[in-house]
Design a protein around this ligand. Structure first.
Ligand code: FMN
Ligand code: SF4
Length: 492
């Protein structure tokens, strides 16, 4: 992954942990009620794809065990991984684009309720994404995938009557520099990175029609989430995906859904209203979006507080803030692989690693989140703001609540490192927390679509009877259980 050139090494060093009594009186462990949102504590496990679904997008036993394990640590809420709203093959990512996915998802909701004695709320992140192809071998691209057009013949000074095969042969004879003069920027990108659709490709009917199709797709998915027993939905308006691309300052659509901030937020608001209509006022609906896109020409704090105010005004039950994670600055993938939106500087902002710059990897979204939250408050709205990014420490979480950068604190990788963080801190056992080292071993697994585990626990107690492991037997799929007396793993 990309890392800042300063290469300063940071270590996650927690401050003093609270006693059980101090934790009980702390703002972090107080309930929060706003509209349909009702949390026992102000803690949150943001969405993380663990690559445990079947190739057809169905829930597996490993998915159920994974979420039950998080729930046994009793965070205020867990957001289930990004789950596809279309009924289209998308590899081993969970899907909710048809009623046949509901029974499996319902098993997760049931398992979370049981494991947390009904305390932890479970929301599901609903995602739409556009197509992205793997990076082709240049020869194959020029021989087969490139659509030959008049601009190629013009650039090669060939007559319009010259057949396609001859044009391809001429292109194949060019070196990379020469090709850069003949191919369009998008064709070059398709050859170097793999072809990627954008919301601005309105010459394609399916892309032009997104404002007509997406509200219904999201609304149907949200209805299924409710049927499956989830407590609410998080609309995925963040990172590299369709809805974030509508919000982006790089969205230049001219059909009323791109250009000014008012036009860019139009579809996200229409999707929200369709979802609200489908699930009713008593169901939690919020969204996750980017406080800053962290790419050239992308959204900054001059655009994003306005979006937060609009989402709040429309009636969302929460807004959750992430940052970066875009394709625009992603690293070139190897041939045969697809680009991954967390490999460039914006990816670093999303999931910062311990090798960092002077600011460090902890709380990089905090100042931006504070600006957005104060804009929402200035508009007279109390919508809770969820802020994540490099939080592992009780004191830092408390400070975020105190300085107005969050109403709810999200711990993603720290929960992966130790799902019992919440329970340990609440019971005065903070010293036993397995603190995340921000190495991004887990993120590398995610990048290669491999089952996600944490290096701090995936080789522990591999002989424990009955545990699920990776097919090679080298990694366990969930951390050992924790008991308050300090013992690690005591199966029933
Ligand atoms: C393995 C992995 C998978 C992730 N999957 C998602 C996802 O499905 N949706 C999402 O919005 N963010 C996803 N994220 C980003 C996290 O939710 C979070 O924003 C990020 O890790 C920064 O928070 P942290 O520093 O507490 O880990 C993922 C992160 C990791 C490490
Ligand atoms: S592998 Fe574990 S320790 Fe490393 S970043 Fe991921 S959660 Fe943290």
């Amino acid at each position: 992954m990309w890392r800042p050139p300063q290469r300063i090494k940071w270590k996650a060093s927690p401050g003093p942990w609270p006693s059980a009594q101090q934790a009980a009186g702390s703002p972090l462990f107080q309930p929060l009620h706003y509209q349909a949102l009702s949390l026992a504590t102000r803690t949150w496990v943001p969405a993380m794809v663990p690559w445990r679904a079947t190739d057809e997008g169905f829930v597996t036993a490993a998915n159920i065990e994974w979420y039950a394990r998080f729930a046994s640590g009793r965070p205020g809420a867990i957001v289930l991984e990004a789950t596809g709203i279309r009924d289209l093959p998308s590899g081993p990512l969970l899907r909710i684009g048809d009623d046949r996915f509901v029974p499996g998802l319902a098993q997760i909701a049931q398992a979370v309720r049981e494991a947390s004695d009904g305390e932890t709320r479970l929301y599901i992140q609903l995602i739409d994404f556009l197509s992205i192809r793997r990076r082709p071998e240049p020869q194959r691209f020029l021989e087969r995938f490139l659509r030959i057009g008049p601009h190629h013949r013009d650039a090669l000074q060939l007559a319009a009557s010259v057949d396609e095969q001859t044009v391809r042969e001429r292109l194949l004879a060019l070196n990379e520099q020469q090709l850069a003069l003949v191919l369009t920027a998008r064709e070059l990108e398709a050859m170097r990175y793999g072809e990627r659709e954008r919301v601005t490709d309105t010459s394609k009917a399916a892309i032009a029609d997104l404002p007509q199709t997406l509200p219904t797709l999201f609304a149907n998915a949200a209805r299924r989430a409710r049927d499956a027993g989830f407590d609410g939905v998080e609309l995925h308006y963040a990172h590299a995906y369709t809805m974030a691309s509508f919000l982006s300052a790089l969205n230049t659509r001219t059909d009323g859904y791109g250009g000014t901030p008012e036009e860019r937020v139009r579809l996200p608001l229409e999707v929200y209203r369709a979802v609200r209509q489908a699930v009713g006022a008593d169901y939690v609906v919020g969204c996750r979006y980017l406080a800053e896109e962290c790419i050239e020409g992308g959204n900054t704090l001059s655009d994003t507080p306005y979006f937060g105010v609009e989402f709040a005004r429309a009636g969302m039950d929460f807004v959750s803030l992430s940052r970066g994670g875009k394709f625009d600055d992603a690293k070139q993938p190897k041939p045969g692989h697809a680009a991954y939106p967390y490999t460039g500087p914006s990816g670093y902002e999303c999931m910062p690693q311990y090798v960092s710059d002077e600011f460090g990897p902890f709380g990089r979204n905090r100042n931006a989140a504070r600006t957005i939250r104060s804009a929402i408050r200035a508009a007279g709205l109390d919508t809770p703001v969820v802020t994540a990014g490099g939080v592992f420490d009780f004191q830092a979480a408390q400070a975020m609540l105190a300085d107005g950068s969050a109403d709810i604190v999200g711990l993603a990788r720290q929960s992966l490192a130790d799902p019992d963080w919440f329970l340990k801190v609440r019971t005065g056992n903070g010293a036993q927390v397995r603190v995340c080292e921000y190495t991004n071993y887990c993120e590398a697994l995610d990048q290669h679509h491999e089952v996600v585990t944490c290096q701090l626990w995936d080789r522990l107690d591999l002989g424990e009877p009955g545990i699920a492991k990776t097919p090679d037997g080298k990694r366990r799929l969930t951390p050992p259980r924790w008991l308050a007396d300090g013992s690690r793993s005591l199966p029933d």
